[in-house]
Design a binder for this molecule. Sequence first.
Ligand SMILES: Nc1ncnc2c1ncn2[C@@H]1O[C@H](COP(=O)(O)OP(=O)(O)O)[C@@H](O)[C@H]1O
Ligand SMILES: Cc1ncc(COP(=O)(O)OP(=O)(O)O)c(N)n1
Length: 271
Amino acid sequence: MTVSRAFTIAGSDSGGGAGIQADLKTFQELGVFGMSAITAVTAQNTLGVQGVYPLSLDALKNQIDSVATDLKPAAIKTGMLFNAEMIQLVADRIQYYEWENIVVDPVMIAKGGQSLLQIEAVSALLTTLVPLAKVITPNIPEAEVLTGMEIQTIEDKKEAAKKLFNLGAKFVMIKGGHDITGEVVIDLLYDGNSFESFEGIRRETKHTHGTGCTFAAAITAELSKGKTVHEAVGTAKEFIQAAIDDQLGIGGGHGPTNHWAYRKKNLIFSS
Ligand SMILES: Nc1ncnc2c1ncn2[C@@H]1O[C@H](COP(=O)(O)OP(=O)(O)O)[C@@H](O)[C@H]1O
Ligand SMILES: Cc1ncc(COP(=O)(O)OP(=O)(O)O)c(N)n1
């Protein structure tokens, strides 16, 4: 039996809704063997981030090399990378191992407003990691920081996507969770030629902690199975919609989504 293998390089969320924990849960739910390299440990819950503790560059490199030299991941996701040195190291390792299925989730700020990336690291992200990305998945505020433009209209989103594509990302996915109007939430995928919209039903809920991590992890899991980017995004969209719809309602603030919901829904429909 061959097993699909996905690898996440990201921060740890003690609250379990975002970061490494969300990624590994998503990999598992999509039937993929998950591996991880931790960049930073965060003390975090649904109320916010109480502390950020970056690991050393040596600790990060060792984790990546341990996974790479033995377990051979077929797709790799990057999340919270915290500073320019970590970004440079991750880009270096990706090139060294000639990895191609790279999903870059350019995590910058947690929902509570706390910074998860040093602002001076943005240029490292743009010059070293974006060119290696098969898919980059910014939310609207992240796309604004990466492109230096304000994004309000669909035309703005298209222009931002083109700018990121021109930096070398093969596919650009601009997520629509931060749009404040409409009953439909639209994520826009650009492949260098055309745009495709992936639509979901916008839920009025505060329980959306970790949606970006979970969505990007689902894309990574599907790429590790050999799916195309369009197929992978389609499944990821269904996965995140189910996870938001089937609320857990835990914690006093922005609660986590339900990673088990997609498989539960499919089990119910297939029985
Ligand atoms: N309230 C919501 N209802 C339905 N889907 C949502 C909602 N918020 C976010 N999503 C979806 O979750 C995914 C992550 O989006 P977004 O919130 O923009 O990212 P991030 O968590 O990085 O800020 C996208 O597919 C988006 O469409
Ligand atoms: C450790 C860690 N990594 C990433 C995030 C941000 O996750 P995201 O999916 O963008 O969700 P919100 O934080 O915006 O709810 C995080 N919080 N912690």
